[in-house]
Design a protein around this ligand. Sequence first.
Ligand SMILES: [Mn+2]
Length: 321
Amino acid sequence: MQNHKTNSENIKQEIDKAQNILLISHQKPDGDTIGSNLALMAYLKKQNKNVSSFCLHKLQSSFDFLPNVHLITDDHKVFTKQYDLVISLDCANLEYAGVNKLMTVLPLGYKLINIDHHITNPNYGDINLVIPESSSTAEVLYRLFKDWQVEWDSDIATSISCGMITDTNGFTNAATGYHCLYAASEMVRQGAKPHDIIKNALHNIDIDKLRIWGRALERLKESKQHDIVYTWLSQADFKECDVDENSTEGIINFLHVLKDAKVIMILTEMPNNLIKGSLRTEANIDLTKLAKIFGGGGHKKAAGFSLPGRLVYDNNKLRIV
Ligand SMILES: [Mn+2]
């Protein structure tokens, strides 16, 4: 069991001592890992620290509205420099973050601080602040900043809000608790504009993408026997709608609007003769057990797997061949 207050003080002490600091966001970045990174960067810059900030993948343009987002780089060279501190944000582990190999290049002598909210986080840092009850890493950071009595500004408030809003899907998922909403209201007081953040970071789907969502929606099938609602998308769909497989992100979260669906599944044909399965539930079911049958894994409420093959639908039946 971590003592948050002690960890919070330890982190503050390490930051006070450090001059050169590297911040790390996870690959395939979302609004939480980016918002947390930028909020901490803004604070560190105010303390006159030299800050480098890394994410393996280029950021989507939907994050362009965030203050100083251009300072996050995907240039591997940042790993050749000497740091006093390396701080990972929203990274359940370093492999998931996409940096485990790059970290081996880092000159030794740094301390690793791990700030996160994933329950699966194995506390891989020298100092760990992992709060699974938090809606987002941004909310963990909010608590830190409260402990440190940080002077808020609208840039910090916007970045923290972005993390909380995106990880709770606009304050709609089960992680949206009292602490999250309290923090969110204070961030609005400090200059964050929730409507702008939602508009930029969540309501940003273009027409081609929505068309492929439409295909997935019109094919929805229900298996009463297995308590599952499912749909699928083929390579032909992606070609015809002129989008790639990433455009399916978001469909499965949208399907939470379904009444009485215990398990939701989307099967997606990938280009390399693989079929990707995504599973979600809001019921008290452990989806990792289902995913494991197909060699996959994940979280209780969100899991996935990959299978070789192609999807064929005929005679009202979906088959993998
Ligand atoms: Mn997160």
